[in-house]
Design a protein around this ligand. Structure first.
Ligand code: PEP
Ligand code: MG
Length: 314
């Protein structure tokens, strides 16, 4: 089986009937050269927090520029999706501390930080735009923790004003998933963050180890929200990606594609197995598997139903 997976472990992602599903990499503080050496079609999530960690002050525009440009150069003409700073809650940063919040996951975090620290987001977008322009790389930007279509519009305006042409937002809040069509009308693409979307959909703190079944990305309620977003993506002909942990599970990746997702971003070790799973199923198969998962009573039942119906090799 390992041999078969390796035989399919190169090239662009596609289903058995040839439908393209981009296989992208989640990147953080890793060495850009090492990241770019992986067999992927680009970066689906650059977590820019790594630049801001362990320091008391904001990195200067030049520091940011250098770091982005190094990564952009390493990836050549492959697509690079840069997420703007996602501070707060599970990613506390010293210099953006807003004082005590009773519920940090529901507080000033992600895109909301822009309200508390005017100029921070604009400076980051300017550094990204300058690095994109100087390297000629295919760069797109997205904001984390967008909750409403109005916030999506606000971010799109800021990013376009900075000179960035391809602008998206993350869907990690149920309110945004439910209004995916209105969100997509205001941006060029969306990327679903299943880690946070699971937390907010199932009302379960992602930092807890004690409730794994509720945080399980196979939860049919979570899949139903993803379907909402995937359907809006198909209707508007705009890309819908997944960059949370769910994308790294080969069986669940099939379900996501069946729900309308067109790119999957994950850490490097998962790429080959997901590529192999896609190659053994048609888009129609993926849609059938998605129906089975949506109809299940819980995550274990959803996983079992899909495992029973999918190709035995996956
Ligand atoms: C997510 O929430 O699924 C996601 C990809 O972002 P992070 O895990 O960095 O919050
Ligand atoms: Mg998130």
């Amino acid at each position: 089986r390992r041999q078969k997976i390796l035989a399919h472990s190169s090239g662009a992602g596609r289903t058995e009937d040839g439908v393209a599903v981009k296989l992208l990499l989640n990147v953080g503080a890793e060495d850009p050269g090492e990241s770019a050496a992986h067999d992927c079609e680009g970066v689906g999530l650059l977590r820019t927090e790594f630049l801001f960690l362990d320091r008391d002050t904001e990195p200067t525009p030049d520091e940011q520029y250098e770091s982005y440009a190094r990564l952009f150069r390493a990836f050549g003409d492959r697509i690079i999706t840069v997420r703007t700073l996602d501070a707060g809650s599970d990613k506390p940063l010293a210099f953006v501390a807003q004082g005590e919040e009773p519920n940090p996951a529901l507080g000033v975090r992600g895109f909301r930080t822009a309200r508390a620290l005017p100029g921070l987001l604009e400076r980051q977008l300017a550094a990204i735009a300058r690095a994109a322009s100087d390297t000629g790389a295919h760069v797109r930007v997205m904001a984390p923790m967008i909750s409403t279509p109005a916030e999506a519009a606000e971010f799109a305006e800021l990013a376009r004003a900075a000179g960035l042409a391809e602008v998206g937002v993350m869907i990690e809040v149920p309110g945004a998933a439910l209004l995916a069509r209105q969100v997509l009308d205001r941006v060029d693409f969306v990327s679903i963050g299943t880690n946070d979307l699971a937390q907010y959909t199932l009302a379960t703190d992602r930092m807890l180890d004690s409730l794994p079944d509720l945080l399980d990305p196979w939860q049919p309620g979570l899949l139903r929200l993803i379907q909402e977003v995937g359907t809006a993506g198909v209707a508007t002909d705009k890309p819908v990606g997944v960059c949370g942990e769910a994308a790294a599970d080969p069986l669940l990746a099939l379900v996501l594609v069946g729900l309308g997702v067109s790119s999957l971003s994950m850490s490097a070790p998962s790429l080959a197995a997901v590529r192999y799973a896609l190659a053994r199923h048609t888009l129609a198969d993926c849609r059938d598997l998605a129906e089975l998962a949506l109809a299940a009573a819980g995550p274990a039942q959803a996983r079992d139903a899909v495992r029973g119906a999918a190709d035995d090799e996956v």
